[in-house]
Ligand binder design. Sequence first.
Ligand SMILES: Cc1cc2nc3c(=O)[nH]c(=O)nc-3n(C[C@H](O)[C@H](O)[C@H](O)COP(=O)(O)OP(=O)(O)OC[C@H]3O[C@@H](n4cnc5c(N)ncnc54)[C@H](O)[C@@H]3O)c2cc1C
Length: 428
Amino acid sequence: MPHQSPISPGYSWYEATVGDRPERPALDGDLRTDVVIIGGGFTGLSAAAHLAKAGVDVALVEAHRFGDGASGRNGGQLGTGQRAWAEELEAEYGYTRAKALFELAEEAKAHLFDFAAANAIEIDFMPGQMSVVHKKRYLKHYEAHAEIMGTRFGYPHVTYMDALETARRLGSERYFGGVRDTGTGHIHPMKLVIGTARVAAAAGAKLFENTRSTAIASNGGNVTVSTAKGTITAKKCLIAVNAYGGALEPVSAAHVMPIGSFIGATVPLGGDSPILPGGESVDDSRFVVRYFRRSKDGRLLFGGREVYAVDDPKDIPQQIRRQIIELYPALKDVEITHAWGGYVGITMPRKPFVREVMPNVISAGGYSGHGVMLSNFVGKLYAETIAGNRDRLKLLEDLKIPAFPGGSRLRAPLLFLALNWFALRDRI
Ligand SMILES: Cc1cc2nc3c(=O)[nH]c(=O)nc-3n(C[C@H](O)[C@H](O)[C@H](O)COP(=O)(O)OP(=O)(O)OC[C@H]3O[C@@H](n4cnc5c(N)ncnc54)[C@H](O)[C@@H]3O)c2cc1C
């Protein structure tokens, strides 16, 4: 019987193909450590691995299984830079800060590859990423972006594609053009989750699954994390629950909002399929973004969202099929073997949320659909902070992230209305 994530709908192709997924015990009793981490996705596990490797006594609790949140269920795309383009950051913060944020993201990318290679984690990397335009009037921004990346930010890997090249590389004529980035690519995210947990455990981190933190208290230099069957008391705490935290900690909940996003995997399409012959991943210019790629075994993994609620995993294949057919009518009857979803943690300005929310307690998340490489790196930056160097984490802590309006009762309905509005705008 395949494992069904109790917190995210559907059984993912990633779970089906990750291989060995060793189960960790639940916490039973009281523990004392230097650092306690809540959340077993990329942020938490990467922090645990780096801390344990540096000799820090660290324990981590995960409410379900590692990777059951966004980290084991995402599109696997490693976007370059931050979620906001470097030129947008420059307009907001000036060149020096924008360049520092761009370089931080490039380090995040390098960190992901280096960490996987150094620890022999097979992540099924495939090179190439394309961002494509669904409205003609956006083209000039994409053309300028390719130029700016090379000349102003020293990143020569982005090239502009006209409509013809885009159609050839996608195997679809639905888009007007876009950019192609040969300096990045896409991965099997669950393999990275499980590999990182293995590294953390081997380095001595105490890892607990099926252990939900129910409360966090920070008093007199100690932080105590409570769970159903025990407590962990530490000097420092990292909250790494992203979109899955519910009401655990109110400041994080006010700043990071969950949005459902859904993915379907088709049967392998075969080597002669005209769809994405170069193997790149793709995202498009919609606000409610569509993202897709071929897997190592030739499937089309197609992600997106319709704005109405999808409560039943059985709805996901229909929803995904509708979107696939718009691009690839020949796939109207293709078999969708796996369909699943997860919650993306977004912030108001679509930039990461990193903040000390109580004394000695840092919360990190809200990567806004751009967290595969950033969240792993934030785990490393947190470990650096514990070692006494907070400079690089500070670059993210200093980003101004307002809370969502509406308070805890109205936040979700207001966001739903806003999403509907943006989805409508995507269509006109
Ligand atoms: C469908 C989908 C597609 C995406 N596509 C991409 C993409 O292509 N590229 C990209 O860069 N990003 C993408 N993202 C975003 C990316 O996956 C996330 O930014 C990243 O995984 C965040 O990792 P995290 O560790 O911070 O959070 P998560 O992986 O969500 O981990 C949080 C963990 O905390 C646990 N938790 C919550 N509450 C508690 C508690 N009280 N006690 C204990 N544990 C708790 C949860 O069970 C969960 O496992 C996508 C996300 C989704 C959902």
